[in-house]
Design a protein around this ligand. Structure first.
Ligand code: APR
Ligand code: ZN
Ligand code: ZN
Length: 366
């Protein structure tokens, strides 16, 4: 066991606190990772607000990279000294989804079995099974994916959540390729990552939609060929017009990615796709939202697919090293997502900045 500093949310809506945390030595199948960087994500704020569940206190932080310090019995995936990006859940390799090759839908994912605790013994709930605003964290070894250690830690860690969700929505769920058009509605961190993913896949045109011109600027920097301010212009008509300009007869985009998580924008995505096109929902709706009422004839008549993207439908073992390699080759600008590097004591301030919308990501660097 060792004692380190970490950031917790003790109770609903209370400001976060930097406290001393007991981290057990890794047991069978577990690893202790020295955290180098961890992005501040909306989900951390949702935990603090009690919007995910009420299993307080939470150990926040989950978009992280670091160095494996120690591994428990039977661990072969990683070894001390490896540079790794953490993922939410280790797959079991044995359930029906795993056996048929759909590891991203594993029914029996797991995290570390032992618990990190406060000094008085209170067990902590790690955010998304990680908990990485901390000097060292305990995870299941399968949550660690080894990547090229030349990557900047602050950039690499972002693959652990929002950036992977966005890129994966474009390349895995949307299966974009050269010769196909893409539109992305909502250009926060997830949406601009989807734009970057569409660019990596060779899609064209890549149309970014947002109500905030600053976000559209970021999208342009990451590969959008066209931008639409949907507070000024009807995005559906404009997407159709742009796609028809590129591909004769096109009636919309081949893949429309919804990265806001609202019924109105999902409906725009539905009508902005070409015949046989795909809608990908990657924005996270609240539990009270419903699919907008649509004529069934419109669903039938357009063909294609209505999909949702779960963690970018990613396989960390395949996608994390690939994206880090592309980053090191200068083909994926992960640095563009890092607005600022901050200290572990600045998480609360980073939550405030999130509201103002001026940052893509604040990243805690240790
Ligand atoms: N039309 C277009 N864009 C919109 C609209 C709208 N009606 N409403 C909001 N937006 C834009 C915002 O301007 C912002 O740029 O959607 C973007 C949302 O981005 P963020 O709040 O930064 O969220 P992000 O981290 O990108 O996550 C997107 O996925 O993880 C979830 O909870 C998250 O639902 C959110 C979504
Ligand atoms: Zn499984
Ligand atoms: Zn996240």
């Amino acid at each position: 066991m060792q004692q380190v500093k970490g950031v917790i949310a003790r109770a609903k809506d209370a400001p976060v606190e930097l406290v001393t945390i007991n981290v057990p030595d890794p047991g069978p199948g577990e690893a202790v990772v020295t955290i180098q960087a961890c992005g501040v994500c909306h989900t951390d704020l949702h935990y603090r607000q009690g919007g995910i569940n009420d299993e307080f206190p939470f150990l926040l932080g989950h978009e992280a990279s670091g160095i494996v310090e120690a591994v428990g019995e039977g661990v072969t995936e990683v070894a001390p000294g490896d540079f790794v990006v953490l993922n939410w859940r280790a797959v079991c390799g044995e359930c029906r989804a795993c056996k048929r090759g759909d590891l991203q839908y594993c029914f029996a994912t797991h995290n570390a079995k032992q618990k990190m605790t406060l000094e008085d013994g209170t067990e902590l709930s790690p955010a998304l099974g990680i908990g990485a605003f901390i000097e060292k964290t305990l995870v299941a070894a399968g949550q660690c994916t080894k990547v090229d250690p030349q990557a900047r830690p602050a950039a690499a860690g972002l693959l652990g959540c929002g950036v992977m969700a966005g890129i994966g929505a474009a390349i895995n769920t949307g299966a974009l390729t050269r010769g196909r058009s893409a539109a992305v509605i909502g250009c926060g961190g997830v949406g601009v990552a989807a734009v970057a993913g569409a660019a990596l896949a060779g899609a064209s045109p890549i149309i970014a939609v947002d109500i905030d011109p600053v976000k559209l600027e970021a999208a342009r920097n990451l590969g959008a060929t066209h931008t639409i301010d949907s507070s000024q212009t009807d995005p559906v008509e404009e997407i159709k017009r742009i796609c028809a300009e590129t591909y004769e007869g096109a009636e919309g985009a081949d893949v429309v990615i919804e990265a806001v998580g609202r019924p109105e924008t999902w409906k725009q995505a539905f009508y902005a796709r070409d015949l046989a096109g795909t809608v990908v929902l990657v924005g996270v709706p609240t539990p009270d939202m419903t699919v907008p009422e649509l004529p069934l004839a419109d669903v039938f008549g357009r063909g294609g697919a209505l999909k949702s993207s779960w963690y970018g439908d990613c396989l960390p073992s395949r996608d994390f090293p690939m994206l880090i390699d592309l980053y090191l080759q200068g083909r994926l600008d992960l640095d563009a997502f890092v607005t600022e590097e901050i200290g572990i004591e600045d998480v609360e301030a980073a939550f405030d900045k999130m509201h103002s919308g001026e940052v893509l990501r604040s990243v805690v660097v240790l």
